[in-house]
Design a protein around this ligand. Sequence first.
Ligand SMILES: [Zn+2]
Length: 488
Amino acid sequence: MITRMKLLFALLIVSLTLSSSLRPTFARGGQHAPLPSGFEYSSYVGSARHLFEENRSYISDEVAQGYMTNSDLEKAVKAFGQRCSNISRIYSIGKSVNGVPLWVIEISDKPGEEEAEPAFKYIGNVHGDEPVGRELLLFLANWICDNYLEDPLARTIVENVHLHILPSMNPDGFSLRRRGNANNVDLNRDFPDQFFLINEDADARQPETTAIMSWLREIHFTASASLHGGALVANYPWDGTLDKRRTYFRCPDDETFRFMASTYSRSHYNMSLSKEFKGGITNGAYWYPIYGGMQDWNYIHGGCFELTLEISDNKWPSANELPTLWEYNKMSMLNLVASLVKTGVHGRIFSSEGGRPLRGSITIKGINHTVKAGRTFADYHRLLAPGGRYEVMANVAGYKSRNTCIWLEEAAMTLDFVLDPEVTLNKGGSLPRSDCECDCGNTSKLEFVDFIWGSHLGVFVILIAVVGFLYLLLLRRRNINLSKHRHP
Ligand SMILES: [Zn+2]
């Protein structure tokens, strides 16, 4: 009997050890899923980051003819900056492994300045062998520059949005004509993941990935899209699933994401007519799960609603087809950016004392996702699927939260919040509050003060009242006893 129990115990230990060691081995694979053409989950074990290395097809010079080289791209970006200097700014967010600057074009009537406006980013060429996006992004920038004075959509974007365009996230992969970067890492598997402990080591992270992550800390993006090739579909979160199964895995903002993805596919020449994807959109995990992707990381850690857009079945169409592909994607690209101000709920959060902006956050009842207000102007931009009733709540530490019910139509709605402090101090008092001024991660003492004087004040008052009542009761009993002694 004892031997049998020992055996069972040993088996249990062995199976537990095995299951825990196997788990991360397959962390980036979607082994039950159909794979994009040309890829194979072959030698995954021990080479997670080199997943797609072996199976790439050779891209000849002839195929790549007519596409911008990296130095052509740099020249085009700088030429754009000079030609459209009144509505743009050129900057770099870092360098690739081989030292190529990651150039960004910012388009706005006040480029480089902070305004109470949403910011959008387009990222092309995440995968080195998917070059259509980087070409189309230059088309997009130039078209806006040429048309914003007459075209209402272009004008809306220039005047009300800060549009940041990174034509190539992976210039090294492009020049090597392969998917991964110079270290042959798939950059769309290099981000920290919500389900599995991968890519946690910042030192091991690729410089291109690090550049994107720092960029999100610097600029408060409301939404974004990365451009890929090899399919024709607008893909939205989640990209992965908890158990690695290929299944529809909805994120808290599933409805909003479906609306965003449909905004792109419906404005596209033929994306929404797809036979493979209903309406030309798909949940990432339903298509095939990936781990360490950029899209989910943006939504979770950057608060940025990101789509992954597959814009061409053919990864390397002939360069003379690029103007046509631009025409197919033009309205989609413009409408997606403009939807940031043409739909959703927007506003600012103020203090009722003096009206200063409060950097708080916005939550929607029933949706487990928080949208932060901007640093300087406390402006918030909450994308939401139109045609719904929403309860919008503004929260700022040290202030009483406020909520308002709205019915959201197709058009955008403006909704400002004015919040009252939880405790009004005398004029000499300087109780710190956890808004932008002390949002620096060093708030332990302040949080304690807030804890006492904030939402727990009521509990304290009741506690003191109860203790006082008990004390009075005790006194009364003592008096009665005393009086009893006096009158035996
Ligand atoms: Zn791709």
